[in-house]
Design a protein around this ligand. Structure first.
Ligand code: 5GP
Ligand code: ZN
Length: 112
């Protein structure tokens, strides 16, 4: 499968890793939209949030269980934003589910 995040997960494409274990990887976004902009992915290929189900949701829970540790490791002590873009109209460009962990600035709502 020609998936850039699978290739990042298996080391074929280099990335700046900030957290890794056997199930998930967190690495710096190539085009950061905030002073801290990390992408957190499951190593297993799940296309998008539409494909999360009772069989594979443990890895999503695992991602969220590690978010506090990853956020603090990046110096985010004043809050952060977690974003998942699902589908083209939401802005998903890479079809391997990922969560943007962003911080280090103030954010508008619902955009920006
Ligand atoms: P999406 O738009 O799908 O929610 O987010 C995809 C993100 O992946 C974008 O923020 C983009 O900058 C980032 N990205 C795309 N290709 C690469 C890459 O090869 N390496 C890294 N580190 N980030 C990437
Ligand atoms: Zn993939």
């Amino acid at each position: 499968m020609d998936c850039i995040f699978c290739k990042i997960a298996n080391g074929e494409i280099p990335s700046t890793k900030v957290y890794e274990d056997d199930k998930i990887l967190a690495f710096k976004d190539l085009d950061p939209q905030a002073p801290v902009h990390i992408l957190i992915i499951p190593k297993e290929h799940i296309k998008w949030a539409y494909d999360v189900n009772s069989e594979n949701c443990a890895v999503i829970a695992h991602i969220f269980s590690k978010i506090p540790e990853i956020a603090r490791s990046q110096g985010l002590e004043n809050g952060f934003r977690i974003v998942n873009n699902c589908g083209e109209s939401a802005g998903q460009t890479v079809h391997h589910i990922h969560f943007h962990l962003m911080g280090g600035r103030d954010f508008g709502w619902p955009a920006g």
